[in-house]
Design a protein around this ligand. Structure first.
Ligand SMILES: [Zn+2]
Length: 270
């Protein structure tokens, strides 16, 4: 296989079963040489960690407790934090608020999200933020609990799988956050979101699959995987009127600025 001149980075993928090695091999063959495996609940955390242990070269690791874990006790959160002591992480996540699916647990979600920001501060790591139908509260928690994380890590993190509007994007950018677009940006009815993907400054833009969910057009109907992130890149590149290779380049640079360098693949290139 010839070496790829274009290196894509999938900044957000979930792993479940024992097929991580095959999934990662297909990604690398498609030019996706950097993958961030992301947790959020016990199953996702275990899957991400297993993928990282199986393929520590292209895969890096983020672990966290998301809105589904807002019933976990303070002791449980402490135990989770202790379990991270020996793990090589490049981010905390995912974490955040979802009032679409989990509206009943709003106040507990707020507490857990703040706690994850606190954890990011203590580990000096960026955070991967999920937010749905919770714009104002997301900003409020960041304003209250985010400054220590920003100070400790030198960068705050990313709002992943972005689906919000331009005004919310502006507020997130003003707080130093990166914004990541998933396959949703390729959907037929996502014209507004495509406009936002052209609005985000070049040095704050990231792409992801959020696999195994949200398969991009034109691959709808099959499970998503990191190998498909070039379809997200092509869509955002078209919108920004740049070449897909340039989009791959700048989002890879941004991913390394936010999460730290992956292995140097340049040695394999001509
Ligand atoms: Zn996710």
């Amino acid at each position: 296989m010839p070496p790829h001149l274009v290196n894509y980075t999938d900044t957000h993928a979930h792993f479940g079963g024992d097929d991580a090695t095959k999934i990662v091999a297909r990604a690398v063959a498609a030019g996706v040489t950097r993958i961030l495996a992301v947790g959020g609940n016990p199953d996702l955390n275990a899957g991400a960690e297993a993928a990282f242990r199986a393929e520590p070269n292209p895969v890096r690791l983020a672990l966290g407790l998301d809105r589904s874990q807002s019933n976990v006790s303070a002791d449980g959160v402490n135990a989770f934090e202790s379990s991270l002591a020996a793990v090589t992480l490049c981010a905390i996540g995912e974490a955040g608020l979802d009032y679409h699916h989990d509206a009943a647990t709003r106040s507990a979600q707020l507490v857990l999200f703040a706690r994850m920001l606190d954890l990011a501060a203590r580990r000096a790591l960026p955070i991967i933020i999920h937010t749905r139908e919770a714009d104002e509260d997301t900003l409020a928690v960041i304003d209250e609990a985010g400054s220590d994380a920003l100070a400790a890590a030198g960068r705050l993190g990313v709002v992943h799988c972005y689906t919000g509007g331009k005004a919310f994007a502006r507020q997130l950018l003003d707080r130093g956050l990166y914004i990541s677009f998933s396959g949703i940006v390729t959907f037929r009815n996502a014209e507004d979101l495509r406009e936002v993907s052209a609005y985000v400054p070049a040095d704050r833009l990231l792409i992801e699959t959020d696999s195994p969910y949200l398969t991009p057009v034109p691959l709808r109907g099959q499970p998503n995987e990191p190998a498909f992130v070039p379809h997200v890149a092509a869509c955002v590149a078209r919108q920004r009127k740049i070449e897909p290779a340039a989009l791959a380049d700048l989002t890879t640079r941004n991913a390394e600025a936010l999460f730290g360098a992956w292995l140097d693949f340049s040695a394999t290139q001509p």
